[in-house]
Ligand binder design. Structure first.
Ligand SMILES: Nc1ncnc2c1ncn2[C@@H]1O[C@H](COP(=O)(O)OP(=O)(O)OP(=O)(O)O)[C@@H](O)[C@H]1O
Length: 225
């Protein structure tokens, strides 16, 4: 779940982003759209407790994250948030399996090869466990990064521009995989994108509590204060 109220973020230069309130129930999907510079990355960083809001309340996976700082924020993020970045950040020197193991070490967990293989298998890439990232296609690398993102069973999965530079067919596959993966884990999914195709690839927003929601940011929410 992600609940926000009166959320704002102020950059050191003095400009402040103001975000619309959201009420995203656990297991629902939020399409976060808006043009470049409208604040999508900032919103994701707030939800992941990478930065602290200048004002407002923000609850993510049952945690009031606005007050989290430093090591407490890191520990909470490692367990609660799965992140699929636009640049996948797979370590080129490590095999696929080692890349996933690194996520376990980083979260202070023991290496668990069985969980790694389960995660890779669910995304159809278990046979690639011994390869280096440089030996993967773009689509395979994205599946590996998605397996890493859900390895620790996060309650919230954040995907940043997951269809950037993909053709139509690959974009549809990427969105389908994200929806299926989040649903399998019961995770709340946020897809942040300025790719208009994504809006066509997910079901329309409904007016119920569970399901699909859309949040469109506009540049005007950036104000000089
Ligand atoms: N470090 C910073 N200092 C000052 N302003 C910043 C900083 N980072 C981002 N901004 C501004 O905040 C606004 C939102 O930026 P943000 O990166 O969140 O937008 P975005 O929607 O993710 O853009 P894109 O799609 O291009 O990644 C922009 O106007 C940007 O110029």
């Amino acid at each position: 779940m992600i609940h926000s109220q009166g959320l704002r973020y102020r950059y050191s230069g003095g400009s402040e982003l103001r975000f619309p309130d959201v009420q995203v129930p656990q297991g629902a999907v939020l399409l976060l759209s808006g043009p470049s510079g409208s604040g999508k990355s900032t919103w994701l960083a707030l939800v992941a407790a990478l930065v602290a809001p200048s004002a407002g309340a923000l609850q993510v996976a049952g945690q009031e994250v606005a007050a989290l700082r430093g090591a407490a924020a890191d520990a909470w993020r490692a367990g609660a948030i799965g992140f699929l970045p636009q640049k996948l950040h797979l370590s080129e020197a490590l095999t696929v399996q080692q890349n996933l193991a690194m996520a376990q070490w980083a979260a202070g967990r023991d290496e668990d090869i069985a969980s790694i293989h389960t995660a890779l298998n669910a995304l159809g890439v278990a046979d690639l466990a011994g390869r280096l990232p440089g030996q993967l296609s773009g689509g395979q690398a994205q599946r590996v990064a998605l397996a890493r993102a859900v390895l620790l069973k996060p309650q919230v999965l954040l995907a940043d521009e997951p269809t950037a530079s993909l053709d139509d067919e690959a974009a549809a596959q990427a969105v389908g995989l994200l929806l299926a993966t989040a649903a399998r884990h019961g995770a709340t999914l946020v897809i942040a994108t300025h790719d208009a195709r994504v809006a066509e690839l997910i079901p329309p927003a409904d007016d119920g509590q569970i399901g699909f929601q859309r949040l469109s940011l506009v540049r005007e929410q950036l104000s000089k204060a």
